[in-house]
Design a binder for this molecule. Sequence first.
Ligand code: ATR
Length: 266
Amino acid sequence: MKISGKTKVYGIVGYPVRHSLSPVFQNEAFKHFSVDAVYVPFEVNPERFKEAFLGLYALGVCGVNITLPFKEKACELCHLLDEASSLIGAVNTVKFGDKIEGYNTDWVGFLRALKEEEELKSKKVLVLGAGGTSRAVLYALSQEECKTYLWNRTKEKAYELAKVFGAEVVSHPEEIIKEVDVIVNTTSVGLSDEDPPIFNYDKIEEKHLVFDVIYKDTLLLKRARERGARVKDGLSMLLYQGIESFKIWTGLEVPLEVVKRAVMSL
Ligand code: ATR
């Protein structure tokens, strides 16, 4: 690509960020539409986040994605927040203009990915985990009027989120598994192949759709597939959240196949 004095700069801010797939597919999206822009990683020391964030604004960077561990802190630094990011309490997309605008596209990414498999309207869903990703998932499910059951290792956090998003807390996943249509893992369990299962995965049935936000074939997904359930990992969610961010910055909708191809060719 040719960089000129007019090239716009976008990026991703996180710590760590070097394994992020976003630069790969966002640059492909710019190329697809022949937009004169570049998307780069910014690995920022957590102690210097505020300085770095306001520095990007001052430098005239056009927009950034925000990833772990800065999504909540970014919320506090934006001048304007959309409804979703304000309720979720986390920003993953920032548009720098006269003002700093904060958005959350994780929840849209989740919905679009899940809807590739089935309509969610009024479905019963078990959500595992009560961290930042869980908040985006619970917001998305509330938009679809789903009945949500929430399990978390630390119970206080589950009750806190249940209040905000209207979920019912369960003391163990197996208590409710027979009742639900969809199971969503938002915990980090499964990142390592050595992680012990959260519950007895043999309880999963053919009728279930099992979604893991981790983008690899986790033990949960492997067992669910063996039980005849439909499964989906987090790659589509990641790509769709990026597609939504790109739309916020440029007004353009990049096809899923374009960004998927870029990631698959790595
Ligand atoms: P993210 O933003 O990716 O959601 P997070 O906010 O740090 O990350 O949340 C991590 C989630 O994984 C939490 O629900 C956490 O449970 P706790 O609230 O009890 O800490 C969950 N988690 C992490 N390790 C876990 C483990 N070994 N067993 C069960 N849950 C775990």
